[in-house]
Design a protein around this ligand. Structure first.
Ligand SMILES: CC(C)(COP(=O)(O)OP(=O)(O)OC[C@H]1O[C@@H](n2cnc3c(N)ncnc32)[C@H](O)[C@@H]1OP(=O)(O)O)[C@@H](O)C(=O)NCCC(=O)NCCS
Length: 192
């Protein structure tokens, strides 16, 4: 378990263990030895206020176990090129038939905020999602008050689709924006 990494398969049956290399980040599948760091980020009040609580109902270990062999979620850690672990990114709720998935990202190391790492990691994930996975649309949910995140998503081409009422169960601090990006729009933007 200690050194195991997620050995999830792509829909073509090929393992997707190759790192995703961007201009300033490298992403590789989440491994068991990453979990203490992920858990620490999730317990940080400032990050909870921005993201909501991820592991409210279960431990990181249970979450990691649930990823194994699962076709509907891909989870990567985000590292700098000098191998510093700074965040985590997921394509979750993947519906291969409909071609949709939900993007979730957390740069957990706060001194790395606003240095371009989030933008770069999302670009890598979108290349994977729309390229290799051939998905049609990626959506995400973000607190309307999270201006940095909304700015990044808009700059990458995500559009606001709806405003969702805050969930009292999740103790959401603000309304939630539903945003999405289609492959077609992404292709037009990246071609230009
Ligand atoms: C949101 C997040 C992924 C963005 O990644 P990042 O690496 O910090 O962001 P980048 O450096 O790529 O881009 C930040 C952009 O927001 C802008 N920005 C920074 N602070 C801002 C603020 N308070 N208000 C508005 N814009 C802001 C920056 O100027 C930059 O835009 P620009 O390049 O056009 O100038 C990252 O900060 C993060 O994970 N934060 C904590 C958890 C979180 O909020 N996750 C998202 C939940 S949906």
């Amino acid at each position: 378990m200690a050194s195991a990494s997620t050995t999830t398969q792509t829909k073509t049956g090929q393992p997707d263990l190759n790192p995703l290399v961007g201009a300033v980040t490298i992403m590789r599948p989440v491994a068991a030895h990453d979990l203490p760091v992920l858990e620490a980020w999730d317990e940080d009040p400032e990050i909870i206020a921005l993201m909501g609580r991820k592991y409210a109902d279960r431990s990181t270990t249970d979450w990691f176990r649930s990823l194994q062999g699962r076709r509907t979620c891909r989870a990567w850690v985000i590292m700098t090129h000098d191998q510093r672990l700074i965040g985590e990114l997921e394509l979750a709720e993947i519906n291969w038939r409909a071609g949709t998935a939900e993007l979730r990202i957390c740069i957990g190391e706060k001194d790395c905020w606003s240095h371009g790492f989030g933008t770069d990691a999302i670009q890598s994930a979108l290349r994977m999602a729309f390229g290799h996975y051939e998905l049609r649309s990626i959506y995400l949910r973000v607190f309307a008050t999270n201006e940095r995140a909304v700015r990044v998503y808009q700059r990458l081409g995500f559009r606001k689709e709806a405003i969702l009422t805050p969930s009292s169960r999740r103790e959401d601090p603000a309304p939630v924006l539903l945003m999405s990006l289609t492959r077609q729009r992404w292709q037009v933007r990246t071609a230009g």
